[in-house]
Write a protein that binds this ligand. Structure first.
Ligand SMILES: [Zn+2]
Length: 369
């Protein structure tokens, strides 16, 4: 399988807006495998980085496993230089906290349903600064989230100052890039490789004025159409909250969404109990949540009823339970009281034909090795 951000080989370090087009964003990625080996190898998808011959040579050397010192670290571009500076600065400091009524926090929580439950209301930090990248001026937004388990993740989004912007207009991109980065980071820190698919470039997604009316946008590819869910009913996109939640779920699950569609369920291996697998099923009609089937050492043992905390679309609930079992399993289990544990086949007689195979998390595998 090719290495890619989608497959979880890279971390999104910084999203930078193009000074020439407000809808175009560059992503600076950190090669995770190299980072674990103590090296900082950054890449960018701007033309400058991709066309730089030295980067190409370095990429080939990396792909071939050569360790020529002169090729080891790509020269980079102005974006990777900026990200390098960001990585070098102490960003682990606690940032000023903001409540959920801040537009950035609101947009992130609206867009990424699992973060509404996993990050407490006072768990959000924001820092903003004017920075220079090359000779361009940028407005840098750092968004930090501390989850219910104490896990912290930080996202960095840089807006080119030449484009007119307000707090409100920055909120949507902060929610998109920031929420994705934070949700992905929480999954990774919990030892589960990133399931999510990053938001694609705005420039690739937004239909031009002439095609907007005729061409139906590809589901899951437009950040604008998935900006809001929940109680914001009329976003002018003709979609219902349920449809938008489905698009966000597809974005978050990435390739696993097709698997979910095909087999009707996804398995999450327990991080607390070796051998236990949670099988999350979906109602084909998307009307109500199904009970979670719990397997111990391959044997179907029980049904857990995890009820919706609030009135949210079914896809939002599925995403929240899936994310919750990865990022804060203890908390999810704490709401499954004795009265919510049922014997097998309590809400359906579908026979299980696919084995539920427990897989250790990254940390567990390392500890066992
Ligand atoms: Zn670049």
């Amino acid at each position: 399988m090719a290495r890619s951000l989608r497959n979880g080989d890279f971390d999104l370090v910084l999203a930078i807006q193009s000074p020439s087009s407000p809808d175009r964003w560059y992503r600076v990625l950190l090669d995770r495998a190299r980072a674990l080996a103590g090296e900082t190898v950054l890449s960018c998808d701007c033309v400058g980085w991709r066309q730089d011959a030295r980067n190409l040579a370095a990429r080939r050397a990396l792909a071939a496993g050569r360790s020529d010192a002169s090729l080891r670290v790509p020269r980079g571009c102005k974006h990777t230089d900026a990200a390098q500076a960001l990585l070098g600065s102490p960003s682990s400091a606690i940032m000023p906290r903001f409540r959920t009524d801040h537009p950035y926090v609101g947009a992130t929580r609206t867009r990424w349903a699992p973060l509404r439950q996993f990050v407490p209301e006072d768990g959000w930090g924001i820092q903003e600064a004017r920075v220079s990248i090359s000779d361009e001026s940028y407005h840098l937004v750092l968004l930090q989230a501390t989850g219910t388990t104490g896990t912290t993740a930080t996202a960095a989004i840089a807006f080119a100052s030449c484009h007119p912007a307000t707090l409100g207009s920055r909120a949507a991109p902060v929610g998109d890039w920031g929420g994705y980065t934070i949700a992905a980071s929480f999954c990774r820190q919990a030892g589960v490789p990133l399931a999510g698919e990053p938001p694609l470039h705005f420039a690739e997604e937004l239909p031009t004025r002439s095609t907007a009316r005729r061409a139906a946008p590809q589901p899951g590819t437009s950040t604008r159409e998935i900006l809001a869910i929940g109680d914001q009913r009329d976003l002018g996109d003709g979609r219902t909250p349920a449809q938008r939640a489905e698009i966000t779920l597809r974005l978050f699950l990435g390739p696993q969404h097709a698997l979910l569609e095909r087999q009707g369920f996804l398995d999450v291996s327990s991080g607390l109990y070796p051998g236990r697998v949670y099988r999350l099923r979906r109602d084909p009609q998307r009307r109500y949540e199904r009970r979670v089937r719990v397997f111990e050492s391959g044997q179907y043992r029980a049904d857990y009823c995890i009820v919706r905390a609030q009135s949210v679309p079914e896809a939002d609930q599925f995403m929240s339970v899936y994310f919750g079992l990865i990022a804060d399993e203890r908390r999810i289990l704490s709401v499954v009281q004795r009265g919510n544990i049922f014997s097998p086949h309590s809400d359906g007689h579908e026979h299980e034909t696919v084995p539920a195979v427990w897989q250790p998390r990254a940390g567990q595998a390392a500890a066992a090795a």
